[in-house]
Design a protein around this ligand. Structure first.
Ligand code: NAD
Length: 321
């Protein structure tokens, strides 16, 4: 595994994701050069960064006195040259569009040293396509975070056809150094890993509700207080391994396989959500919210607050904060 040799980082794009990455990197002690197209955008970026740090201080992850020390590590530029000329790692979080990302990469290539890692936060674009006209496609990877990146540990590292393994390993070493849990995709796959898993589960949830087996509230309850609470501790493969006792996951599937295969045959395999699905599922969520006690969140704002507070608690248990 490559040693992490990054000393300074650039965040290109300071929106929702870029400003959260800046918090993550600065929190871990790195000087961060932040870039956006207009000076005016930095006001919102600074507000987001300060709010995130205040929240971490309120939850005793950092001390209030440390906030200014962390924000002092962040410098703001509207010149791409100034942003990237002396950094070893660039996290690009510009708009999700091939033309824009290719254009950003072309600008970066003019000024960044050839061995600087370019990592795109893209949620689903292919690195092969982003780096199609690059002079140095070998240093281009995808570094897909889960929102907000400064809290959620997962980063999905993706590679394009011309990405060199050396840069994948360098990116992985850096993400580990800033407290992330990187996973490397060996092949390009739409939706990467985590979003595919989420949709696999949600397709079956939709199927159960549409067939009248249960309500949306029941789906959420069954997930939260059943498998979900275990998945917050370890992944489904390890959970199944425990479920098999001494025989492990092999025993789980040897023993349960015939039953599981019957369930699989009965489960959803549709390739598109049906017409009108979004209205249908929103109605179910609205009903669910009516039944939730206020202290667990019963509107979007209180729900978000509850999620974030629980998230901090879980991350502390995982020693990720
Ligand atoms: N929002 C999410 O939940 C989420 C999660 C994971 C990954 N992503 C990915 O992260 C990236 C950014 O998403 P976001 O939600 O932060 O978007 P956003 O719209 O909040 O931010 C985009 C930023 O890019 C800036 N920008 C515009 N043109 C630019 C240019 N030419 N050069 C540099 N910066 C430019 C904008 O001014 C803005 O600050 C996207 O690729 C997105 O797919 C988003």
């Amino acid at each position: 595994m490559e040693e992490n040799k990054v000393l300074k980082v650039a965040c290109v794009g300071t929106g929702v994701i870029g400003s959260s990455w800046a918090v993550n990197f600065a929190l871990k002690g790195y000087p961060v050069n932040v870039y956006d197209v207009k000076e005016e955008l930095f006001e919102l970026a600074k507000k987001r960064i300060n709010e995130s740090l205040e929240y971490l201080a309120k939850n005793e992850v950092i001390k209030y006195e440390e906030i200014s020390e962390i924000t002092d590590r962040i410098s703001y530029f509207t010149s791409i040259e100034e942003t990237v000329k002396d950094v070893q790692f660039i996290q690009e979080s510009g708009p999700e569009n091939y033309d824009i990302k290719r254009n950003i990469l072309a600008q970066i290539e003019k000024y960044a040293p050839a061995d600087t890692i370019y990592s795109s936060s893209t949620s689903g674009l292919l690195i092969t396509e982003i780096a199609k006209f690059a002079q140095h496609p070998e240093r281009c990877v995808g570094g897909h975070p889960y929102n907000p990146p400064h809290l959620i540990p997962l980063v999905e590292i993706t590679k394009g056809e011309k990405t060199a393994e050396e840069f994948v390993q360098k990116a992985k070493a850096f993400y580990l150094a800033v407290g992330k849990e990187p996973v490397v995709l060996q092949k390009e796959a739409l939706g990467f890993i985590a979003n595919r898993l989420q949709q696999g589960l949600f397709r079956e949830a939709a199927n159960l509700v549409m067939n009248g087996v249960c309500t949306v509230e029941d789906v959420d309850k069954a997930t939260t207080f059943g498998p979900g609470i275990r998945w917050g501790i370890m992944g489904p493969a390890l959970i199944f391994d425990l479920g098999g006792g001494e025989g492990g996951i092999k025993e789980t599937f040897d023993h349960m396989g015939p039953s599981i295969n019957l369930w699989l045959k009965d489960m959803a395999d549709f390739k598109e959500y049906p017409e009108g699905f979004s209205d249908f599922i929103q109605q179910g969520v609205n009903e669910e919210l009516k039944n939730r006690p206020v202290e667990l969140g019963n509107n979007r704002e209180s729900l978000r607050q509850y999620r974030d507070d629980m998230l901090i608690g879980l991350l502390k248990l995982h020693k990720k904060l």
